[in-house]
Design a protein around this ligand. Sequence first.
Ligand code: MG
Length: 388
Amino acid sequence: MRIVDIREVTIDLNGAISNAIINFNKHTVSLVALISDQFSEGKPIVGFGFNSIGRFAQGGILRERMLPRLAKVTPEHLLSSDGCGFDAGVLAQIAMKDEKPGGHGDRAGALAALELAAWDLNAKLLGEPAYKTLRRYFGVVESVESIPVYAAGGYYYPKDSLKRLSDELLNYQDIGYRSFKIKIGAGEITEDISRIETAITIAGCGSKIAVDANGCFDQQQALDMAAAIEPFKLRWFEEPGDPLDFDLNRNLIESYSGSVATGENLFSSMDARNLMRFGGMRLGKDIFQMDPGLAYGITEYHSILETLEEFGHQRKQCHPHGGHLINLHVALGLGLGGCEAYPGVFQPIGGYSSQCSLENGRIAPSDAPGFGLEQKQDLYPLLCELVN
Ligand code: MG
């Protein structure tokens, strides 16, 4: 058994929307295909992956550095020890040959797209959904078939209003979501308070609303916002300051009784370790959002989970950034606290397929093999184009 070809294509995301600091209009994603020499129903079995959402495609790093390294090894080298699949960890090691530690940046996303495709391929070779493959491989004892999910939206639109926000969240509620996340930080605090009150009116209580500042605040602004939102008893306050400013994070946590969430822009277990050491994250309370699709894939992500547990945190505190099918399988397979969804944004990658079942704020994947990306209607033609 061998991988006969690896292909990458840059795809555009639909999203003329903004958070407090960036516009997503020009964002792209690397879609990767690992084509095996195995066949099912007359077609090659192919693993697909992509580097999550919120950054850019990484075709240059893949083509100039990582794929040539993989092309040099003998095919057997990439096989798992039982010979029934491919070793995603070994694939990652080879792709990273001669790369210095630290300074993770865009290569963490490039490798992630490759590494995630290996997990999709392995699950398809076994003919099962990826979350089952992950449970078996990592020895996760879980029997649940669904997981809590919240709808991440409430971005800033060119033509925005509280009515638009309200309509958006009502739409999410109609299709089965019970908890929501909205953006804050682009305007005055009073505007954000109005947005939060609008969201709470729909959700019924603050504990079903999270707010995300996307790292826009300095220390004083973060403290001012924390004081303003404290009475609402929100689900969490996400990325108040720069994701690498652990001092700010710790100071905020010391003066804010609600949960703080961060981590989507930390790409390695050492980054996570430093957050544990210096960021003040509270056991059983604060939320970790590292995203395998931005952080070298599932092998590194699992190492991040081990680091959190070493510090006494629980993996139920983890809600990975990235509301798409891959992270649904990761969250369910690795026994995390829940997952995010982008039901209305970032197509064709964001959100779930219609075959997933969403009921009362919990989501279950379909029984499609792998991550089930082929069941995403808008994504399927792009997958076909990449392999044909
Ligand atoms: Mg965020």
